[in-house]
Design a protein around this ligand. Sequence first.
Ligand SMILES: N[C@@H](CCC(=O)N[C@@H](CS)C(=O)NCC(=O)O)C(=O)O
Length: 202
Amino acid sequence: MKLLSSPASPFGRKVKMTIMMKNLKDKVEVTTVDATKGDASLSAANPMGRIPVLLTADGQAIHDSHVICEYLDSVGTGPVLFPKSGPARWDTLTRASLADGIIEAALLMVYEGRYRPENMKVQSWLDRQTMKINASLAELEKAPPTWHGAPDYGHLTLAAALGYLDFRHAGTWRAKHPKMVAWLDTFAKAVPGFEASKPPVA
Ligand SMILES: N[C@@H](CCC(=O)N[C@@H](CS)C(=O)NCC(=O)O)C(=O)O
């Protein structure tokens, strides 16, 4: 299998953690693709031009980090990352959805800085993204999500989100969320793939 991703991508980081947790490291070759530059191999695999994309051994292109992680969960070994049914499944997916929302808001803020000329920036829109991130973090701080046995896909996604806030937003979230800081430390000890997939300092 081949994973098209980039070291900076928080969605790619989720997939990289999944690869390690599901003991698939020797079965997936990770290729760096720059999604901002209109890469032809990426567009062929995903018309949206987004990373990550997984090319399976039989030539199928699978995209969206959730779909890739669920696929890898089904073909690898190790702990189950996606409960198959019942309340546990909806709990995992809902936690992942909140964490994906944090990533999306944080990413939109980065894109605003990257793509919009200075005189076209809209502060109220940036404030709205900040508000979404802060509201989500405040909720998580009330009751950091625990796990039994091993972290699941929802926990992986949350760790990727917090790692992205560290990477692109100077880790300012840490000051007001001590429980989540401790949560991330505990997660990093439980999932070595978190440290191994850390983006390089820009
Ligand atoms: N929902 C998608 C989002 C993927 C995504 O937005 N990836 C970013 C990089 S982190 C990207 O490829 N951006 C380039 C673009 O949107 O053109 C997923 O979970 O995989």
